[in-house]
Design a protein around this ligand. Structure first.
Ligand SMILES: Cc1ncc(C[n+]2csc(CCOP(=O)(O)OP(=O)(O)O)c2C)c(N)n1
Length: 619
């Protein structure tokens, strides 16, 4: 035990030093050091399987399973990832990054183990925030029905990224506050079992169990989990290694679903993170001694402009309401909540619900704005299609962190949105070239009576002047940002790529090519007239997007050219059909060929091909 405690200290130090240098999920991982050590000292994960939820709390697991020496590369290009990943280690039994998947995945793995006739145990570790996601309940429901010997560890620290919300969170707080309920239940059962005339006692117990929700919900903790068919144990101290070991050893032999409710402190052992767990949930580089986060002076972020703009619009229109799925700080809606508490809704990690809730509000005459990171919006695809677009309801979807997000890696890049949104009828898809255009787009979208999605990137804006009273952008219209007489090349860029393509055009002009640059603004509806005209007038049309090439903006332009029988050669630049790993945003843009130099080089090469091909045909 003293060695384990010493090890816990060493691991904490390594996590702290590394995250201070690389950034990362500090508070979640500091909170699970003892829990992970206890799991590893009871179970044998060469055979048993450990499935993490979100995976942002799994740094101790990584360090214990052969990645101590490479831990300094955490979240860097070519280094180890910030989340469990099957390709990285056989101990990472399931890859993760999005929330609420662990119970489903663990149940699936357990079924596979049983069909292979092993007796390996499967353990899911899920946070109280992740438990607010509907899929976790779908899985509990199924596991309870199957009565499999699944072990679920509920890591309850009362926090999601921000304070956890919802009735479930209140329910857990009640259990937390009244641990004597747990004893009361056991005492009640022992008392009843000890009644002389044994069968009388058992009948009472049976009767009590048959009215379980009535009796236990009123008196005993965990009644809700027991209603799902789980044996509930807890709450127990998640920093007491010995106590945890005792419980894990006992449940290891139970042949039924068990849920162990563990209480932990987010950020445990590092005072700044214990005091501000939201700030240290996912944090950039910081000074370990003071907890001061290193920030370079930068223009306001897209998130800040979004936040202020929605507040400004809401001040004019009292029908505007705002919804977040557990990310009031990250999406910038926290300020809206302070200003308009009755018009703000944090639904927890429940993107599907957030979207259908918005559809319902729109059907009821409100103007909902739903702010969700692009990668998590994927969760609500059918809700966007079936509940919003099919009914053509005026919901504004704001997709923050569109494009490459950097160090969080493959699970978090928002590169699929343009492709997955533009195929849905009635949907309008926009991407601003800068933060002022974001403001203009939000103003314009909130005046429309149909669904609109606006995607914008992580981080600082370009530092352009942000208009107080924004000009209304003409709907469905692109803008020519750089005109050229008899352009050989027209580059049609969208979102963040507009600025990069303006720089690429400059490099091409230095090589004496004449280049026009268009800011597409709309991925849907496309400004077909302008694109057709430019395509017909140029030798080469180029599209450029910080998104997947498969089905994205360039595909939309290709469809237009084919349908209009325009044979101008088209070069599509964007992200290839494979998952992009982690690195800084600059490194990843370079890797994907989305820098001004690489864009100008690709265009130059294609122009050379065209000229060379033309010469070959004519000679
Ligand atoms: C589907 C989805 N939505 C949102 C997120 C962003 N997110 C990452 S961790 C987190 C909070 C998780 O809270 P909890 O499970 O209690 O873990 P804790 O961080 O408190 O340890 C959120 C909202 C996500 N990863 N996946």
């Amino acid at each position: 035990m003293p060695q384990l405690e010493e090890l816990a200290g060493e691991i904490r130090e390594l996590i702290l030093t590394t995250v201070a240098k690389n950034g990362g999920h500090l508070a979640p991982s500091l909170g699970t050091v003892e829990l992970t050590l206890a799991l590893y000292s009871v179970f044998d994960f060469r055979h048993d399987k450990l499935v993490w939820d979100v995976g942002h709390q799994a740094y101790t697991h990584k360090i214990l399973t052969g990645r101590r020496d490479t831990f300094h590369t955490l979240r860097t290009l070519g280094g180890i990832t910030g989340f469990p990943k099957r390709a990285e280690s056989p101990f990472d039994s399931f890859g993760v990054g999005h929330a609420s998947t662990s119970i489903s995945a663990a149940l699936g793995i357990l079924i596979a183990e049983e069909l292979k006739h092993t007796s390996n145990r499967v353990i899911a570790v899920i946070g109280d925030g992740a438990l607010t996601g509907g899929m976790a309940f779908e899985a509990l429901n199924h596991a309870g029905q199957l009565k499999k010997k699944l072990i679920v560890v509920l890591n309850d620290n009362e926090m999601s990224i921000d304070k956890n919300v919802g009735a479930l969170s209140e329910y857990l707080s009640k259990i937390r506050l009244k641990p004597q309920y747990h004893r009361a239940k056991r005492e009640f059962e022992d008392f009843v079992k000890n009644i002389p005339f044994r069968d009388v006692g058992e009948k009472i117990l049976l009767a009590a169990n048959s009215v379980k929700t009535g009796v236990t919900a009123a008196v005993f903790p965990g009644a809700m989990f027991e209603a799902f068919g789980f044996n509930y144990i807890g709450p127990i101290d998640g920093h007491d290694i010995k106590g945890l070991q005792e419980v894990f050893s006992k449940v290891g032999v139970i042949d039924a679903p068990v849920l162990i409710h563990v209480r932990t402190t987010k950020g445990k052992g590092y005072a700044p993170a214990e005091t501000s767990p939201e700030k240290f949930h996912g944090v950039g580089k910081f000074d370990k001694a003071t907890g001061q986060v290193f920030k370079r002076p930068a223009p306001p972020s897209y998130t800040e402009i979004f936040s202020q703009t929605v507040i400004d619009c809401a001040a004019q229109n009292n029908k505007i309401v705002a919804i977040t799925a557990a990310m009031p700080s990250g999406t910038g809606l926290k300020k809206f909540a302070e200003k308009f508490p009755r018009r703000f809704f944090d639904v927890g990690i429940a993107e599907e619900h957030a979207i259908t809730l918005a559809a319902g509000m729109a059907a009821g005459g409100l103007r909902p704005v739903v702010a969700i990171y692009s990668t998590f919006m994927q969760r609500g695809y059918d809700q966007i299609l079936h509940d919003i677009c099919l009914q053509n309801l005026p919901v504004l979807l704001c997709l923050d962190r569109g494009g490459l997000v950097g160090e969080d890696g493959a699970t978090h890049h928002g590169v699929f949105d343009l492709a997955y949104l533009r195929t849905i009828p009635n949907m309008n898809v926009l991407a601003p070239k800068d933060e002022n255009e974001l403001r203009q787009m939000i103003f314009a979208a909130l005046n429309k009576n149909f669904p609109v999605a606006i995607r914008y990137p992580r981080g600082a804006g370009l530092g352009v002047k942000v208009e107080d009273k924004p000009q209304e952008i003409p709907w469905g219209k692109a803008e020519v940002v750089e005109r050229a007489q008899a352009a050989e090349v027209t580059i049609c860029a969208v979102g963040t790529m507009v600025k990069t393509c303006v720089e690429a055009a400059k490099l091409l002009r230095e090589k004496k090519f004449s280049v026009e640059v268009i800011n597409a603004r709309f991925v849907k509806p496309l400004d077909a007239e302008l694109i057709k005209k430019s395509a017909r007038a140029s030798k080469l049309l180029v599209t450029c997007e910080e998104g997947t090439l498969a089905g994205g903006f360039g595909s939309a332009v290709a469809e237009l050219l084919v349908d209009e029988k325009i044979s101008t050669p088209l070069l599509r630049l964007g992200i290839a059909d494979k998952f992009v790993e982690q690195g800084t945003r600059a490194e990843l843009l370079n890797l994907c060929g989305l820098t001004a130099e690489k864009i100008s080089q690709r265009i130059h090469e294609r122009l050379n091909d065209l000229i060379f091909g033309f010469l070959m045909v004519t000679t």
